[in-house]
Every structure is written in structure tokens, then in C-alpha cells.
Ligand binder design. Structure first.
Ligand SMILES: [Zn+2]
Length: 314
């Protein structure tokens, strides 16, 4: 297999996603809504990846579906897999097992047909304890990245970070582990700035300066809502833009689905159709998006729609 950097040079890379919401719908992931109010951004809610050790066949099946839809990259389901987050969900002692099992499953399915990315997200420490917890967050992220490297990932996708400061720390850890990283921030409640107040253009510049091989946004918005912020990033950097939008409709007042009243138990009522992803695939190349996949709300049908859109723009 070629490296992610080489693939990005050749053509638009088709990603996958999203794993957690799809597996939650299939009954294998805990949304946390039975215990606490989720979607506050304060680090409540569960959505942790223990499915990798509790229902490995279910996770493997979803990997097969994305591969079959045309994904060039399979993301190991290691989202929210830092010891910090797993501890709060009751899975701290299984941190090593969950991360290594998730990578192993993705690699078994990918074989020589796709690259395997380790997914790393925010620790939620900054939301809970403030920016003073940044060093602690970095230690947790560094530990997870070491586990992912040991398990044999091809590269990292640093995703769904809310604070640019925490993303910078994660990119530092990726560099220290000598792993290439695609870096995507999630913008909420509006697409105009991330949680610590940086514009999309600033975020893109900083992430590119920190060595990311592609920079962009993921989650929270549907493709049409995300497009303007991607354009802003496109004009700010030379590296490829990465986009993994959600498949949920947002509003002009609130550009993120996790703050809509429908999250997490009525998401079906704001589902965006796969047609919007096909259209996004059609324009991705022209808009300078070099890595395109899905996030929450997407399944293999959405990735196939993206692939069709990309093909039609050739
Ligand atoms: Zn998402």
C-alpha cells in the first residue's frame, strides 16, 4: 500500500465513517443518554469504543461495508479511546486492549486494499477542567498514540477536536511518534470559530504549520453547511483539505447537530439524505478537498454516494 501522503498527491482520497452513531443504532454502542445529558460539550455522554472488545464481529462487519463501498482508508474505532475518557466510561483498565483490538480488526479487513488510520479525538479534559489541564490531556493523547503505533496503524486521523490548543498538542504527539496525521477540527456552535476562538483559516494555518498532511473539518455539520468553512481553509493553506461531514441537518442559529434537541435520541428526524453526499462528492475535487469521508449519521450508503459523486466529477 502507498502512504497517505502519496495517495493524497495522486487523487481525492475516499474515507469512511461514521462508526459510533451507526453502531449505536445497531445496539452495540452506549450513547450515554440513559444516565446524563449529552451534547453539552462539557464532556458528558459516553460514545466510547468498547465495542471493539465486546462485539468485535459487529465492528468488523461495518468495516467490510465501508471497504465494499470504496473507502481507501478504514479508521480503527479508537475515537474517545484515551485512558481519560475510557476511565469515566468504566473502561480505563481496558485502554490497551480496546485500542489494540480496534486496530487489529481494521487491519484484518483492510488487508492490502485500504490504509488503516488510528482515530484520536479530544480527551474532554479541557471542557471539564479548563485550559490548565492541557499538559494532562497531552499525556493521555501521547499514550493513546503510542498504543496505536504499536498496534500498527498506517497514519493518524486527529478528529473532533474543539480546541485548537488541544489539536496542537495532539499534532506534537503525532510528530513525536513519527506518524503522519490528517487533522480536522469540529466547529460548534457556529462554523465561524472553534471553541477557543480561532477562525477556520487560522486553524488550518496552525495545523498545517504543525505538520498535518491534510487539514480540515469533521462532524457537527452537514456538507452544505460545512462547505463555506472548508473554502476559508482552502484559501489559507497549501496542504490538501480534509472533510468528513455529519449527515444531520443543522440550523442557521446553531451550526452543530450535537446541540440540536434531536441529539442523541431523535436523530432520525434530522437525517440528511445521501443525495447531499453525492453532490458533495461532485464538488469536492473542484473545491480542493483532497480527503473526503463521512462522520456521524453516515453509513456505507453515504460513502458509496460520495464515491459516485467523485467519479462523476472526473
Ligand atoms: Zn461525528
Amino acid at each position: 500500500m502507498k502512504s497517505i501522503k502519496a495517495l493524497l498527491k495522486e487523487s481525492v482520497v475516499l474515507g469512511d465513517g461514521g462508526y459510533l452513531i451507526e453502531l449505536e443504532r445497531r445496539g452495540y454502542v452506549d450513547s450515554g443518554s440513559g444516565r446524563e445529558k449529552v451534547g453539552t460539550g462539557k464532556g458528558s455522554g459516553q460514545f466510547t469504543p468498547e465495542v471493539a472488545i465486546e462485539h468485535p464481529d459487529a465492528l468488523k462487519e461495518l468495516h467490510y461495508e465501508f471497504l465494499n463501498a470504496g473507502s481507501h482508508v478504514l479508521q480503527a474505532l479508537t475515537f474517545f479511546g484515551t485512558r481519560e475518557k475510557l476511565n469515566r466510561a468504566g473502561y480505563g483498565p481496558q485502554t490497551e486492549r480496546i485500542n489494540s483490538a480496534a486496530v487489529k480488526l481494521a487491519k484484518e479487513v483492510a488487508g492490502e486494499r485500504a490504509l488503516v488510520a488510528g482515530s484520536v479525538s479530544r480527551t474532554q479534559l479541557i471542557e471539564r477542567e479548563g485550559i490548565g489541564a492541557l499538559d494532562k490531556a497531552e499525556d493521555h493523547i501521547a499514550e493513546q498514540i503510542r498504543l496505536l503505533k504499536d498496534a500498527g496503524v498506517d497514519f493518524l486521523i486527529l478528529e473532533t477536536f474543539f480546541h485548537l490548543a488541544e489539536m496542537k498538542a495532539a499534532l506534537k504527539c503525532a510528530r513525536a511518534a513519527d506518524l503522519a496525521a490528517v487533522a480536522t477540527i469540529s466547529f460548534r456552535p457556529l462554523i465561524t470559530q472553534c471553541t477557543d476562538g480561532h477562525s477556520p483559516a487560522e486553524c488550518a494555518r496552525v495545523m498545517a504549520d504543525c505538520g498535518a498532511v491534510a487539514v480540515g473539518a469533521n462532524c457537527e455539520q452537514e456538507p452544505t453547511r460545512m462547505l463555506p468553512l472548508l473554502r476559508e481553509m482552502r484559501s489559507a493553506v497549501q496542504v490538501p483539505i480534509a472533510a468528513q461531514p455529519a449527515a444531520f441537518r443543522t440550523t442557521d442559529a446553531c451550526h452543530c447537530f450535537t446541540r440540536q434537541p434531536a441529539f442523541p435520541d431523535e436523530l432520525e428526524t434530522i437525517q440528511v439524505s445521501r443525495r447531499e453526499f453525492r453532490e458533495f462528492g461532485c464538488v469536492a475535487r473542484a473545491e480542493g478537498v483532497g480527503y473526503v469521508g463521512g462522520c456521524c449519521g453516515c453509513n456505507a450508503a453515504y460513502i458509496r454516494a460520495l464515491a459516485n459523486g467523485l467519479d462523476s466529477s472526473r
